[in-house]
Ligand binder design. Structure first.
Ligand SMILES: *[C@@H]1O[C@H](CO)[C@@H](O)[C@H](O)[C@H]1NC(C)=O
Length: 383
């Protein structure tokens, strides 16, 4: 007994210490990895996020620290606060926290542009100039990190096709930044330098000077098409045949009875077919299930149009015999305990009784027509 307790304690110690080891090993690595893989936002994006955060700060401080008083004195105080250094500092203190993973980079950026932001706050902000908004003034003109919309590269050249950039069917590489080459990356339906041609598998459904719309060809088309639907295909896909009235139509491969081999049946699909395994009770079939057999497999017999296993009954009687053996064993065990301790024996007896009735109930549900007691008596007494 003492040895058992000792062994269990030792086992617990081993488990615990290995858990501590594993944890101790993992956590620093995970932390380091996190630091290594932390990516920085690109220059224009950094400036843009900073500006967004700053503008939110302006919104948040719009009412100042005043309880919305309506006296002339309070109004005057509010006016002074609106353009004050106090408000600027308040904004700067609370910003940078909206975008996750941006905080450190945002603070570094803010430190770098301290004099610029002061210049904007005190001089530019309230001027009537067209480019006095913080993003244009700071990110595009002052720091030269960004370009206006639909412009790209070091000199902010217009993107290809400007002002109808990429025909509205793609993205301009470097759009709005000082990077990229201004070329189009077309959406999947389009191709060509300006994204004004239809890609293969798509047809032109609309076109005017400034617009082109391409739509998907029907699923039955090999590649291209002139219009939508199965009639528009230039060529039909394999598994489809051409008809001059309805266009491409699905070939029913299953009309060839020998297309599937052995114990399988055929299922037609759009453009193809599948061979599926027959029910194990069949030897050849024309569909799924034991009622679709052409003939019964070995060991099965046709009864009311279904192939039924002739070996199933004898198997079941064996299983039943085994099960009743277990019940008898349980009863004997309960009896042995009964001789030593009546109280424990009655508990065990109740548990055994519950076990037996639950097991029987479940089995009866499955094989409702089966009658185990009659079979066991037959086996035991040979009647
Ligand atoms: C360029 O970016 C702006 C917004 O950043 C977007 O509205 C516009 O559609 C983009 N244009 C192209 C061609 O990528």
């Amino acid at each position: 007994m003492e040895g058992m307790v000792l062994k269990a304690g030792l086992l617990l110690q081993i488990v615990l210490s290995s858990l501590i080891l594993v944890h101790g090993n993992i956590s620093p690595e995970v932390l380091l990895q996190k630091d290594d893989s932390k990516e920085e936002f690109p220059p224009c994006k950094t400036c843009k996020l900073y500006v967004e955060s700053f503008l939110k700060g302006i919104e948040k401080t719009a009412k100042g620290n005043f309880a919305g008083g309506d006296t002339a004195w309070e109004e005057e105080k509010q006016k002074i606060y609106a353009k004050s250094e106090v408000r600027l500092i308040e904004i700067q203190e609370k910003m940078c926290s909206e975008v996750s993973g941006f905080l450190d980079q945002c603070h570094n950026f803010a430190a770098d542009i301290e004099s610029e932001i002061e210049e904007w706050w005190f001089k530019v902000q309230h001027s009537k100039a067209k480019d006095s908004d913080l993003y244009t003034w700071l990110c595009i003109n002052k720091l030269k990190r960004c370009c206006p919309v639909d412009h790209y590269g070091a000199d902010c050249k217009p993107c290809l096709g400007f002002p109808n950039v990429c025909f509205g069917n793609g993205k301009c590489k470097g759009n709005g930044t000082r990077k990229g080459n201004g070329q189009c990356v077309c959406n999947k339906e389009y191709t060509g330098e300006l994204c004004n041609e239809c890609n293969t598998g798509y047809f032109q459904s609309y076109k005017d000077e400034k617009t082109i719309l391409c739509s998907k060809c029907h699923a039955s088309c090999e590649s291209g098409c002139s219009t939508g639907g199965p009639k528009g295909c230039t060529k039909c896909k394999s598994g489809w045949a051409a008809d001059k009235d309805i266009g491409c139509y699905d070939i029913n491969e299953c009309s060839d009875e020998n297309i599937c081999s052995g114990n399988q049946f055929c299922v037609n699909t759009e453009g193809s077919y599948r061979c599926m395994q027959c029910d194990p009770s069949c030897n050849g079939c024309h569909g799924d299930g034991p009622d679709m057999c052409e003939a019964c497999a070995e060991g099965y017999k046709l009864q009311q149009n279904i192939c039924i296993n002739t070996q199933a009954k004898s198997q079941n009687t064996n299983e039943n015999l085994y099960r009743y053996g277990v019940y008898v064993g349980l009863c004997v065990a309960t009896y042995i305990i009964f001789q030593k301790n009546v109280f424990i024996a009655s508990i065990v007896g109740v548990v055994v009784a519950i076990y037996v009735s639950v097991a029987e109930y479940i089995l009866n549900d499955k094989t409702a027509a089966f009658d185990p007691p009659s079979i066991i008596t037959k086996h035991l007494f040979g009647k």
